[in-house]
Design a protein around this ligand. Structure first.
Ligand code: DX5
Ligand code: ZN
Length: 220
């Protein structure tokens, strides 16, 4: 199972409804929320995400790059996001927060920056629906894929398998038709792509190409 989640960070913010229609063949729309504190960049908050939720043809995969997730993350679950992913670095109580998100009907995701070890979370994987292994430093689109994050991805994949739990493994940052193959072979099943999708002449064709590249890899 391969999921392609275009990131609207690379879309035209004043033509979002149009750009959302262009990616209707994708699985989920990846919505990057940034607060200019957790990362040195600013996007949008709950009001804007609520409107995206109203008009999007596909469900929302919200990626919170913000501080104080214990205060803010439940709002995104409450507005109807399919999944809400917060950073491990932004809370002392990831399991408690994940439980709150699930109680509000959202899937709960845990994100790890490139320098953050997965180790402390491997015994709690059943508490999460998704783990996001960042393949760039969060904050900006258009950066290069960091291949050194792949052993961590495989470590999480192996822990998910041995625990026998159903946790999606997402990668985000620098994903294109070649790096998607590397991430797939390392264990990812859910792929965020911003510039690769919205930089294409036809985003629907690029989504299909990415899906094909991830699907036809040699299974390991
Ligand atoms: C980066 C964001 C990503 C970003 C990816 O901090 O979390 O979702 O949009 O953009 P690309 O695919 O261009 O690297
Ligand atoms: Zn993201």
């Amino acid at each position: 199972m391969v999921r392609i989640n275009p990131s609207i960070l690379a879309a035209d913010f004043v033509n979002l409804e149009r750009d959302l229609k262009r990616i209707a063949s994708a699985d989920y729309v990846h919505v990057d929320v940034m607060d200019n504190h957790f990362v040195p960049n600013l996007t949008f908050g709950p009001q804007m995400v609520g409107r995206i939720q109203d008009v999007s043809p596909i469900p929302l995969d919200v990626h919170l790059m913000i501080d104080d997730v214990d205060r803010w993350a439940p709002d995104y679950a409450a507005l109807g996001a399919f999944s809400v992913t917060f950073h491990a670095e932004a809370t002392e109580q990831p399991v408690e927060l994940a439980r709150r998100l699930r109680a509000l009907g959202a899937r709960a995701g845990l994100a790890l920056k490139p320098g953050t070890s997965a180790e402390p979370y491997l015994d709690d994987l059943a508490e999460f629906d998704q783990v996001l292994v960042m393949t760039v430093e969060p904050g900006f689109g258009g950066q290069s894929f960091m291949a050194h994050t792949m052993p961590k991805l495989t470590q999480v994949r192996d822990a998910v398998r041995s625990a026998g739990v159903d946790v999606w493994l997402q990668v985000d940052g620098g994903i294109d038709a070649s790096t998607i193959v590397i991430a797939r072979e390392a264990g990812a099943d859910t792929f965020v792509a911003g510039s690769a999708v919205f930089g294409a002449e036809d985003p629907a064709v690029r989504i299909a190409d990415l899906r094909a590249a991830a699907t036809h890899h040699r299974h390991v």
